[in-house]
Design a protein around this ligand. Structure first.
Ligand SMILES: Nc1ncnc2c1ncn2[C@@H]1O[C@H](COP(=O)(O)OP(=O)(O)OP(=O)(O)O)[C@@H](O)[C@H]1O
Length: 257
């Protein structure tokens, strides 16, 4: 479980997240929703260690990880995808996955010189895992394609693949469905459910499409103006007056969702 404990994140005079607390339970798919500017991406950045909060704590299974840099949180099993895919566009799909793998030996030049055999073995293991991941995501036919030439939806699948290469326990998905066609959207949902139900991965996902969220998530956390508004099932929060007010200022919400 991740505990987001009384977090404030200020950018100058703006509190993007303001004394906000919530929990992401292990083994579940949890949604993080809220209107534009609610602080959702900032919350992900704080959890993943890309931003150091002004105050508050992040706990991973009870351990305070607030002071840890992003790569150490990654080593503890927290992976994330980005709203705008972060692929290396001049590298192939399989190379993109391989560079996302944990690589303890080859990154050190001395290891590369004095332990070439071990480095080679690690590279082979990364390749095998990359191919396994591509097969799981059913995009192995794209392995030699330049990542920059992929469609928007394929790039999102590659983002998910890059997260999986890190052997994560928890994957934070930032608008994985944005700009993706319906067919690929269905496939991404199917893969997330499979990873959760069959392999025990924990997910937290930011998503604007509430039907997509309700298909995937048992529980959602609703943020507005940097604070926690409520938590519940999608059906519960859809009827919540505070949520309606936050999204539409009490306007024609029912017809819109
Ligand atoms: N680096 C930054 N510098 C200054 N202000 C920022 C920065 N990052 C975010 N903000 C501000 O913090 C607030 C929350 O932004 P954030 O991107 O976290 O919201 P969000 O809920 O993810 O929105 P969206 O759904 O539109 O992506 C916004 O007012 C935004 O302008």
């Amino acid at each position: 479980m991740i505990a987001f404990e009384n977090i404030t994140m200020r950018f100058g005079g703006v509190a993007a997240v303001d004394q906000c607390s919530f929990e992401i339970p292990s083994g579940k798919i949890t949604g993080l929703i809220g209107p534009n500017g609610a602080g959702k991406t900032t919350a992900f950045n704080v959890i993943a260690g890309h931003l150091q909060p002004t105050s508050g704590r992040i706990l991973l299974e009870g351990e305070d990880i607030t002071a840890l840099p992003a790569h150490k949180r990654q080593a503890k099993g927290i992976a994330r995808t980005f709203q705008l895919a972060h692929e290396f566009h001049r590298m192939t799909v399989v190379e993109n996955l391989m560079v996302a793998a944990k690589n303890e030996l080859g990154e050190n030049i001395l290891n590369a010189i004095f332990r070439p055999g071990q480095c080679k073995a690690q590279e082979q293991a990364a390749y095998d895992r990359a191919m396994e991941t591509l097969k799981f995501l059913e995009i192995e036919q794209l392995k030699n394609q330049l990542a920059g030439d992929l469609s928007g939806g394929q790039k999102k699948l590659l983002e998910l693949g890059r997260a999986l290469m890190q052997h994560p326990k928890i994957i934070l998905l930032d608008e994985i469905g944005a700009g993706v066609n319906r067919t690929l959207l269905g496939k991404i949902a199917e893969k997330i459910i499979q990873l959760n139900k069959e392999h025990g991965y924990t997910f937290c996902l930011i998503e604007h499409d509430l039907d997509y969220v309700s298909r995937l998530c048992d529980t959602v956390i609703v943020m507005a103006q940097g604070t926690l508004l409520t938590t519940g099932t999608v059906d519960e929060v859809r009827k919540d007056e505070r949520v309606i007010e936050a999204y539409f200022g009490g306007g024609k919400y029912q017809e819109a969702v």
